[in-house]
Write a protein that binds this ligand. Sequence first.
Ligand SMILES: Nc1nc2c(c(=O)[nH]1)N[C@H]1C(S)=C(S)[C@@H](COP(=O)(O)OP(=O)(O)OC[C@H]3O[C@@H](n4cnc5c(=O)[nH]c(N)nc54)[C@H](O)[C@@H]3O)O[C@H]1N2
Ligand SMILES: Nc1nc2c(c(=O)[nH]1)N[C@H]1C(S)=C(S)[C@@H](COP(=O)(O)OP(=O)(O)OC[C@H]3O[C@@H](n4cnc5c(=O)[nH]c(N)nc54)[C@H](O)[C@@H]3O)O[C@H]1N2
Ligand code: SF4
Ligand SMILES: [Mo]
Length: 898
Amino acid sequence: MTVKTASTCCYCGVGCGVLIEHDGERILDVQGDPTHPANYGRLCTKGSTLHKTGDLAARALYPQLRLGKGLARSRVDWDSAMSHAAQMFGQAIAEHGPDSVAFYISGQLLTEDYYAFNKLARALIGTNNIDSNSRLCMSSAVVGYKRSLGADSPPCSYEDIERSDCVLIVGSNMAYAHPVLFRRLEQAKAEFPDKRIIVIDPRRTDTCDLADLHLQIKPGTDVALFHGLLHPLLSEGLIDRAYIEAHTRGFSELEALVADYPPAVTSVLCGIAEADLVAAARMIGSAPSFLSLWCMGLNQSTSGSAKNSALINLHLATGQIGKSGSGPFSLTGQPNAMGGRETGSLSNLLPGHRDAGNAEHRDEVADYWGVDRLPSAPGLSAIELFEAVRDGRIKALYIACTNPAQSLPDQTLVREALAACPFVIVQEAFGNTETCQYADLLLPAASWGEKQGSVTNSERRISHVRAAIPAPGEARGDWAIVCDFARRLEKQLRPGQPSLFNFSAPAELFDEFIGLTRGRDLDYSGLDHALIEKLGPQQWPFPAGATAGTRRLYADGRFPTDDGRARFLHEPYVPAIEQRDAEYPLTLNTGRLRDQWHGMSRTGTAAQLFGHVDQAQLSLHLDELERRNFSNGQLVKVTSRRGELVLPVLADDQLRPGQAFIPMHWGDRYLKGLGVNVLTQPAFDPLSKQPELKHTGIDVQPVALDWELFILVEGDVQQRFDALRPLCEAFVFASFALTGRDRPALLIRAAHTVAPDAAWMNSVDRLLGVDEGAVLVYDDPAQSVSKRIRIDQGRITAIRLTGEAAARDWLRGLWERGEVSSPLHRWFMAPLASPPGGAAATDKTICNCMNVSASRIRACVENGMDLQGLKEQLGCGTQCGSCVPEIKRMLAIHAVTA
Ligand SMILES: Nc1nc2c(c(=O)[nH]1)N[C@H]1C(S)=C(S)[C@@H](COP(=O)(O)OP(=O)(O)OC[C@H]3O[C@@H](n4cnc5c(=O)[nH]c(N)nc54)[C@H](O)[C@@H]3O)O[C@H]1N2
Ligand SMILES: Nc1nc2c(c(=O)[nH]1)N[C@H]1C(S)=C(S)[C@@H](COP(=O)(O)OP(=O)(O)OC[C@H]3O[C@@H](n4cnc5c(=O)[nH]c(N)nc54)[C@H](O)[C@@H]3O)O[C@H]1N2
Ligand code: SF4
Ligand SMILES: [Mo]
């Protein structure tokens, strides 16, 4: 019998409600929850494929302990694992003090998990060394809201996006990163075509598909642009003097600064047309309501805090905040980025939107917890924390629900730190991440569908996360692991005293936590798990006695500052570090793909999600390829001041000359060479300490790799991946992906200067099962060509080619279609023969829901079909809708060429 359990999607900050269909043991399907106010039933490609992810072969199932550096880990029971962990932390604290240990946690933890970690670090151990991957994500927005408005509270609701007359999307590719919200915006624009949409992004992304105006600024110039927009707003009388007078402070200083940014100057600084700048200002200034949405293009910057406040200035100057369809609305990345901020999970914060640097706040929290005091020494932020680990200042590090050996900038430094740290705990749902390699103690965590608690989405809405099935193996909920660890450590640090961690369910942690929100701007002390169950997801503030949540903040123009007024910040534009120069002539930008999530530990287990993009690529403008004589798909070496990476290059008309882009998802597991963050810089914003992940000076050179390898093998993909990945370590280039839908296969592309020896080839062939049985074999040592194709029951099930590149896509097509044709046999015996019908162009799956490829869409478009026809004929774009912007782009390109 199957049942449905309502829960929340574990990916992005939109926070969609999902219905998990299961039989009590396995998750069978996922649908959008029609009653959830974030998505009303919609899901994107990632949400709707959740049931296809999480291959057990990739999961961490049992605690594993390494008894000495260099040794392999072995399985231990939970009791030994936890006592060892507590003993190691206890020893470091006894010998080197509380600041010799640190916690690096995650916006993908639930509020209850987050709260337990915080209480452990601050109340029990007495250190502020607890930071989260939100440092890489939201910390500039936190500073922005606090400095400009007085508290870290996004004032808007999703419905404001739909209602707004003018939406400014800046540094956000919401078509990929917040797809369901983008669908809502799309629908609103279709219903109200007069609604104006402006996109500010150095790339022409799919999000631009909806834009009336795209300002393709030079990277990092947003502060100049925001000041520059204010210039015509001022000169054309489009600001709201009465609002400024009544509710703000500091406008005259800003006015003086803005005089330095007239349109003629700003347009040059930002690399855009003066007329476009003025047009954008007029759209903003004349709209009855104006709302802005932003994400990593603003936050991940050495001027991230200044960018946030300069944008909020536009809202204060026009009085566009606190009313329907208006306001500065920061999109949150992770499912519980907000919960982390609420529970105080950055080193400088405390629970309930308090500050660790504020003595009064510390006393309030210490009293609440019943401890003498909280630590006053400032804690380390992510980048500083890993520097301290490398320097030996941190003796024991506890990492949970994040993969820093993939996602932090300057991977060389991060790897040195992790290798040098005397004791590293990694609490993970998946056992094969880059960071797991460094775990002295690996603790298996329950994950989505198996754990329970709450998360807060971008619009301050608290939703339930529910367990549908038991966790696999011996995995446990994060909160339970933390409380177990804390209770053991208490025996050393607070012997004989009552436990601070007597929690037996997430609801108890929630109940204790909300007491710390009482009387604060985010007050949700009126909620509990049972009430959320009864009323459905609720927006904070929700104080005691409330019967409903709060849709919009600051309607009365009063702000949570000491005088109730919002602040204009007046900071000049400062160019990003690592501007283009002769040595590093390109600016590298990094970001998201539509169908992958971060380091791909989960999405990388669903072969279908590689259909859209199946390898890391360096995108450049066609001019840059031509200038360097590169062909599409050629392997190149990318170099920055910190490291290098080899990967294929691709012409991309979304970029301007001088700009480059690599998706953030490929770490060392999927792409040999430590991933994209071996290149990026650790420089960070002085206030938010958020690193600059969007701006790196790089150079690109050709590489000559004469020996090439191509593998496609069906079945046992995770096991084969784990076995084959180390064998490719010696190569200059190696890229891994899954492919297929119903019959997942592992896909490997590799290249090297010379061929490996015969023993290497034999062991690979054994792993692939092409060493015996029904296998087509061809070897021509003179030409360095070698081919193996396994055929089972009339179908190809494994392909291994070296020295032969032309037929890869054609063979992959045969495999996909389950065909073994006579042309295959003829081609097979001919060295270097062209495949029948020529080398097929690489195809990609545009519509993942309905499995519609680019070539099929292109063929129909060339026959004159329009969007409606494509939907009816092929079904593409009729399910989640994520592919519609790309299909429209294909239609537009065809219209131009025709
Ligand atoms: N599919 C998918 N969705 C996700 C995620 C995922 O991994 N995959 N992750 C989630 C998380 S944690 C986050 S934080 C969000 C991130 O969501 P987004 O921030 O929307 O995604 P990114 O692709 O990182 O970057 C957004 C855009 O910023 C632009 N940009 C770069 N530099 C600048 C600049 O100087 N100025 C401006 N104005 N723009 C610039 C980039 O070109 C890019 O298009 O996505 C969330 N959603
Ligand atoms: N170059 C570049 N780098 C970036 C970015 C960028 O734009 N460009 N963006 C940055 C941003 S915004 C972010 S948010 C970070 C994200 O970086 P990470 O936090 O490293 O990203 P994830 O891969 O999502 O890591 C989460 C880990 O938690 C594990 N996990 C999943 N569920 C659970 C659970 O319930 N419990 C536990 N204990 N573990 C679980 C997953 O398997 C996964 O390995 O990357 C940052 N890095
Ligand atoms: S938009 Fe997609 S990834 Fe984000 S919460 Fe909704 S279904 Fe999940
Ligand atoms: Mo993020």
